[in-house]
Write a protein that binds this ligand. Structure first.
Ligand code: FBP
Length: 262
């Protein structure tokens, strides 16, 4: 593993990945709380906030907008993704290659692995190809490590999230993005299993400021390197305000309460 392949998508070793692949993963419904966010430009503008260490988008949104934002935004090329209309066992189409992302100037690739899905083997093999290409181009590697599938009873159980974080390490990710496992203790277990691979918490559906920031504080104080978040930023009435607060918690070590009072 290259020692600092993730430098371009972290700040002081921490990360706030702004994710904006929801138009594919969930569809237009995710833009309803804040209709302006259907326009990618509105969210690219948010990605220029100092708190954002990388912006995760799919191919079409990268192709159309990254050339205008390349000086201000680190591009995390989310290579696979599937619409919510797919009703089968969890799986994700590879929509662009790591090579193509490198040609476009991406700083890192992002890849979903549904551990436990009947398609896990194929997904891991696709990840291998993308990961090795990313290494050739000095791009960071972020795994959306989401155990999911018909055999998965509780996808946020402590042992499951620790396993997901470990899969990130075993398969060669610099950063593993996992769901919050419900407690600081369980997050610490996941970070321990990930060892040198950084762990970032997935934002999830929108919650109120206090609940959201205290979960982020718990993750950070238990070893997480940061957050990969979409809806909890762009669905808010004032996304800049929450990015300011996240900056304080993730990079400045402030508590959720201190960040809210900023
Ligand atoms: P959120 O913070 O909005 O959950 O976004 C993070 C993310 O991983 C996105 O990249 C992705 O679109 C979404 O969550 C997928 O969520 P799920 O698979 O749980 O529906």
């Amino acid at each position: 593993m290259l020692p600092h392949a993730d430098d371009a998508i972290t700040r002081d070793g921490k990360a706030l990945i702004l994710a904006y692949d929801h138009g594919l993963e969930h569809g237009p419904v995710d833009f309803e709380p804040n209709p302006d966010t259907a326009d990618p430009e509105a969210v690219w503008d948010l990605a220029t906030h100092d708190a954002v260490s990388a912006f995760a988008v799919q191919k079409g949104i990268a192709e159309a907008y990254y050339p205008s934002y390349s000086d201000d935004v680190s591009l995390l090329a989310k290579l696979n993704g599937t619409s919510n209309m797919w009703m089968g066992e969890p799986d994700s189409a590879v929509n662009w290659s790591a090579e193509y992302a490198a040609d476009l100037g991406a700083d890192a690739i992002g890849f979903t692995l549904y551990g436990g899905s009947n398609y896990e083997v194929e997904m891991a093999e696709e990840f291998r190809e993308a990961q090795e290409t990313a290494r050739e181009h000095d791009m960071g590697v972020v795994m959306w490590s989401y155990p999911r599938g018909q055999g998965m009873k509780n996808d946020t159980a402590a042992d499951t999230i620790a396993y997901a974080a470990r899969q990130g390490l075993e398969l060669g990710a610099d950063i593993a993005k996992v769901k919050y496992p419900g407690s600081g203790e369980a997050m610490a277990q996941a970070c321990e299993m990930a060892a040198p691979t950084k762990v970032v918490m997935s934002g999830g559906s929108k919650t109120d400021d206090a609940a959201f920031l205290s979960t982020v504080e718990s993750a950070i104080s238990n070893g997480a390197a940061g957050l990969a978040v979409g809806r909890n930023v762009f669905q808010r009435e004032n996304p800049i305000e929450i990015l300011d607060a996240l900056e304080a918690v993730i990079y400045d070590g402030k508590t959720a309460k201190e960040a809210i009072e900023l």
